[in-house]
Ligand binder design. Structure first.
Ligand code: ASP
Length: 323
């Protein structure tokens, strides 16, 4: 009896062993869900849609974007960490969900390094200091003086504690020594709508969300927090040019799968992402929106793992005292 049972167990194990690589080989046989941890229309959503539309062609299956909002992106990321690791549920994480949240949420239900398999970096996203169109200061120097003088009155929109917009304005505000009222939204898509409508004063946001509005003249851009100007916004000065060199900030967005997803599936998804990043139409769209397309050496899962580790190390000492 025991031997029959163990024989059956062994056969089952053998079948499973056969089945696992076969399913990875055929992957994907159905549509894939890409969780986006913020509202539709924001930078993470826009970048995800541009890249996954091309990946879907390569993979021969649709990729359905599911916007899961809340808690600065950590609600969605917790869900993704707990999803079945079969390659059919992925997440576009970013500098917030996969780095800054670690020091900001002492009870974070996931760890970016332990609970995820990195797939590939999608885009670097420089941060800009933006304000409603009728915010009185006309340049960055005036902005600095104004927010310091009106520290009790001004407010800053963000996408929840731990989001890129929150963390980068925390950095800015700490440099300026001010604590404005924070106005949280489920993403900078809706936060940008509020800025355009003049309902909030300022925001630190990723370039992808800002370019269309700056070009349409619906908001003010004081500076871009990178060493160089961005080709998509040639008239926006750098923070260094505008007199605040201490404020440097660039975020990133990247695809992750739940821990334990098979290496074959990770390789398939990485190859599809890399192919998308080499596609002319995808590149054009990402560049028009000011994103920084990662060089070939930064597109591997290993490079993303290294980035996550270094970003957690970078943000932990900056954000820990504030939490
Ligand atoms: N990336 C977020 C979004 O897509 C916002 C943020 O992290 O600030 O809305």
């Amino acid at each position: 009896m025991t031997s029959i049972r163990s024989l059956a167990g062994a056969c089952l194990a053998a079948l499973c062993a056969l089945a696992a690589p076969a399913s990875a080989q055929n992957y994907p046989t159905r549509s894939i869900t890409m969780i986006v941890p913020f509202a539709a229309g924001g930078p993470t959503d826009v970048i995800s849609r541009i890249v996954t539309a091309h990946m879907a062609q390569t993979l021969g299956q649709s990729i359905i974007i599911e916007n899961v909002v809340g808690a600065g992106g950590t609600t969605a990321t917790t869900r993704a960490a707990r999803a079945v690791n079969d390659g059919y549920t992925l997440i576009t994480g970013h500098m917030g969900t996969h780095a800054a949240s670690v020091p900001l949420y002492p009870k974070l239900a996931y760890h970016p390094e332990k609970d995820f398999e990195p797939i590939a970096l999608l885009a670097g996203t420089p941060i800009l200091i933006l304000a409603r169109k009728d915010f009185p200061p006309k340049d960055l120097k005036e902005f600095v003086a104004y927010v310091k003088a009106n520290a009790e009155k001004v407010n800053a929109a963000h996408a929840g504690v731990g989001s890129v917009s929150h963390v980068s304005c925390e950095l800015l505000n700490s440099i300026l020594g001010i604590k404005p009222v924070g106005v949280p939204f489920n993403g900078t898509g809706p936060a940008m709508n509020a800025l355009v409508a003049g309902q909030v004063d300022y925001m630190c946001d990723q370039i992808v969300n800002a370019v269309p509005q700056i070009n349409a003249g619906t908001i003010k851009a004081y500076a871009i927090a990178t060493p160089e100007r961005n080709p998509s916004l040639p008239n926006v000065p750098t923070t260094t040019e505008a007199g605040l060199p201490a404020f440097q900030a660039q975020a990133w967005n990247a695809i992750f799968a739940p821990k334990g997803t098979s290496p074959a599936i990770i390789a398939t998804l990485n190859a599809a992402t890399v192919k998308a990043l080499d596609d002319e139409a995808v590149r054009k769209r990402l560049l028009e929106l000011g994103s920084v397309i990662p060089p070939v050496s930064a597109r591997t899962p290993e490079a993303l793992a290294t980035l996550v580790k270094s970003e957690i190390a970078k943000w932990t000492p900056v954000l820990k005292p504030a939490s």
